[in-house]
Design a binder for this molecule. Structure first.
Ligand SMILES: NC(=O)c1ccc[n+]([C@@H]2O[C@H](COP(=O)([O-])OP(=O)(O)OC[C@H]3O[C@@H](n4cnc5c(N)ncnc54)[C@H](OP(=O)(O)O)[C@@H]3O)[C@@H](O)[C@H]2O)c1
Length: 272
């Protein structure tokens, strides 16, 4: 599997999302994914499943050095001491001595960005996280983080799929060689029933979901973290890497309406 080189780490381009999976369901799904060859697991304190993710990792026998684990601090915990407490709690639940990537999960309107990055950077310098990054940062916030604060962010994790245009943020990230980690890469499952994608898939003996994932993974500097609880879907999603889309396919996907944002909580700064 390809790795995106960023801020000293190799980020596996393809990973497993774990939002809305908890307890035994989550443990089993992560264990299954690791068994199939997934090496990048995405979790967050807010998902309430770090303990299950940790149990699956411990049981998997996969060497720690071969595994990439991302977790995130929730927007209510962005004061420096709160970040510390959240981070320690996450590590303990994950049963790890370090994570690979620690992200600000959502920006909040009253956050102190320099203080946040100072705290994250200390965690990195202490070797508790190999890299730091952000999620759900719009262009203005990204510019502040990168150009004013000069924070060494290893990614921006944002909603990105065939139904949502992210050109503005994607161009900026590409110019700064910062990976874009696409969350909800299947448009929360909706991509699987899109008629255009189904017909492209038919041509290649692939599913619509696989077409949606390969469209993302064909883009430079883009990683994707589809969530799938069932082993068949996990395997199918991994197999999407083998699919070869052609120009006609890309043209048809480009023509899909791209105004559908499915994740937009009220507490965060506006997107545009
Ligand atoms: N940073 C953030 O603020 C943020 C926000 C949202 C999500 N995320 C991360 O991104 C991950 C992915 O996003 P998401 O879970 O919202 O949405 P998603 O990955 O786009 O879609 C997940 C849905 O697609 C279904 N699915 C998976 N593979 C499929 C296949 N091959 N064919 C048909 N259906 C398939 C899943 O079904 P089953 O579960 O039944 O298998 C599930 O219902 C999350 O789990 C989380 O880790 C981050």
């Amino acid at each position: 599997m390809e790795h995106l080189q960023t801020q000293g780490i190799g980020l596996p381009q393809f990973g497993l999302g774990t939002f809305r999976m908890q307890g035994e369901v989550c443990r089993a799904a992560v264990e299954s994914a690791l068994g199939l060859g997934y090496r990048h697991i995405d979790t967050a304190e807010m998902y309430g499943n770090e303990d299950a993710v940790g149990a699956a990792i411990a049981a998997s026998g996969v060497a720690r050095k071969d595994l990439h684990v991302t977790t995130k601090v929730w927007h209510e915990n962005l004061a420096p001491d709160a970040i510390r407490r959240a981070f320690e709690a996450s590590l303990k639940k994950l049963k790890l001595d370090h994570v690979d990537l620690y992200l600000v999960h959502w920006p909040s309107r009253n956050m102190n960005l320099p203080a946040i990055f100072e705290t994250l950077l200390k965690l990195k310098q202490e070797g508790r996280t190999r890299a730091i990054g952000v999620a759900n940062f719009n262009l203005a916030l990204l510019k502040t983080a990168v150009e004013e604060i000069k924070a060494p962010i290893a990614c921006n994790q944002i909603e990105y799929h065939v139904m949502l245009d992210q050109t503005k943020v994607a161009r900026y990230l590409a110019a700064k060689s910062i990976p874009l980690v696409a969350y909800a890469p299947l448009a929360q499952g909706r991509a699987a029933s899109d008629e255009t994608l189904i017909s492209i898939g038919r041509k290649h003996r692939a599913s619509a979901a696989q077409v949606a994932l390969k469209w993302l993974l064909d883009q430079d500097g883009v990683a994707a973290i589809p969530k799938a609880s069932r082993a068949e879907s996990q395997r199918a999603n991994l197999d999407a890497l083998k699919l070869k889309l052609d120009d006609e396919d890309r043209k048809a996907i480009a023509a899909l309406p791209k105004d559908k944002r499915f994740v937009n909580p009220g507490f965060a700064p506006a997107w545009d």
